[in-house]
Design a protein. Structure first.
Length: 340
């Protein structure tokens, strides 16, 4: 089995590569990644010398490079994690989100069509459903919830979902789509809530909480997302969408206070700052379909996962300190400089 993983030098893609190489040592895994600010080759150090692994630096929008890879490797499955993934950056500069998340997906889908892939899997997000009200805990996103995206990021992801599902209907491309809730765990870029708060707390810097901090996210340990995608690509039904989430809704402020507590830092570091534009209030996934059809259940409880994650950031300071000293520093100053 040959699997191409696009975006495999990022947070979830790299964890997925580790999961697959451990579970299926005979599979050949090809990682195609442009190495944007969010991609880090050193993340893949543990697998880079494995004879069944190959890394290719390329842009998913580069048709020639993508087709060349297909000619060379003839993958059976493509799992597309490659994306611009940070909502705040999409609000500042939507262009690159439209380019990578929509046009890049189109190139990959065309390549899969041209070279006869057995499965194209699109890694999507619960954000395509928009948001839910705080005062209706009974409401959850199901696969039938209408698409109602709020940000340039989520609308670009929604467009990509619609495109690959249209390729299934029009060209019978064997696609599946998964829509997951917020992930946390090792190797997450420290611009996202949990690693940002860990890094800032460790450096005794302000912890910028948007608005009142009452927005709710549904957190899933990254390894549980990987096991779900593994099941969908092997057993999921072609043309179907699968929601992935572990019923773990938490308010942002409670997460930040928990991180302070775990690190022995004072809550006085918390700074309430201007809210995100169009900020989604609440996400909550109904994972009944993937559970009933494929038997998936998350394994990591949040209280264990957050301890593991904090432990990982404590043990791997070089990984994130290197990252926050580069391009990220000017991004951080631009986004937070006047706020904190
Ligand atoms: P990330 O930003 O950490 O990683 C993205 C990776 O894609 C990076 O390695 C980057 O270099 C690569 N990339 C970006 N543009 C590229 C291009 N044009 N060509 C090739 N490679 C390119 O993202 P992540 O958090 O790991 O998310 C991975 C996927 O999962 C995304 O599609 C995202 O929408 C989706 N998702 C993320 C979450 C989450 O909580 N992080 C939840 C649900 C779904
Ligand atoms: O739901 C899945 C999505 O989760 C993925 O599709 C996205 O790729 C991923 O980035 C994530 O999006 P969010 O916008 O939910 O994640 P983020 O970590 O940026 O923010 C989580 C919450 O924390 C959100 O309500 C905004 C808030 N926040 C975030 C940052 C960066 C703050 O209060 N302060 C901050 O500095």
């Amino acid at each position: 089995m040959v699997i191409t993983v696009t975006g495999g030098a990022g947070f979830i893609g790299s964890n997925f590569i580790f999961h697959m190489m451990k579970k299926y040592p005979d599979y050949r895994i090809i990682c195609l990644d442009k190495l944007t600010y969010a991609g880090n080759l050193s993340t893949l150090d543990a697998v880079k010398d494995n004879k069944n692994f190959r890394f290719v630096k390329a842009d998913i929008c580069d048709r020639e490079a993508v087709y060349k890879l297909f000619e060379e490797e003839k993958p059976d499955i493509l799992v597309n994690f490659a994306a611009e993934s940070h909502v705040d950056r999409s609000i500042e500069n939507p262009d690159v989100f439209l380019q990578t998340n929509i046009m890049g997906t189109a190139v990959l889908a065309d390549a899969c069509r041209k070279y006869g892939i057995k499965r194209y899997h699109q890694v999507s997000t619960d954000e395509v459903y928009g948001d839910l009200p705080l005062d209706r805990p009974d409401l959850l996103f199901t696969e039938k919830t209408p698409i109602h995206a709020s940000s340039p990021y989520s609308s670009s992801k929604a467009a990509a979902d619609l495109l690959v599902l249209a390729y299934n209907r029009t060209y019978q491309l064997p696609v599946t789509v998964s829509r997951c809730s917020n992930n946390y765990g090792p190797y997450q870029f420290p611009e996202k809530l949990i690693p940002l708060m860990i890094a800032n707390a460790l450096n005794d810097k302000p912890l910028p909480v948007y608005g009142e901090g009452i927005n709710v996210r549904d957190w899933l340990y990254v390894e549980d997302h990987c096991t779900a995608v593994d099941l969908v690509i092997h057993k999921g039904r072609v043309g179907e969408v699968y929601n992935i989430g572990g019923h773990n809704e938490m308010r942002n402020i409670d997460i930040v206070k928990l991180i302070c507590k775990e690190l022995g830092k004072s809550e006085s570091l918390i700074k309430y700052v201007e809210d995100r534009k169009g900020h989604d209030m609440r996400y909550a996934i109904d994972p009944t379909k993937i559970h009933d059809e494929l038997g998936w259940l998350p394994e990591t409880k949040f209280e264990d996962g957050i301890k593991k994650t904090i432990g990982w950031y404590l043990e791997n300071k070089t990984w994130w300190e290197t990252i926050i000293s580069g391009e990220y520093r000017s991004y951080y100053n631009k986004m937070y400089g006047s706020k904190c």
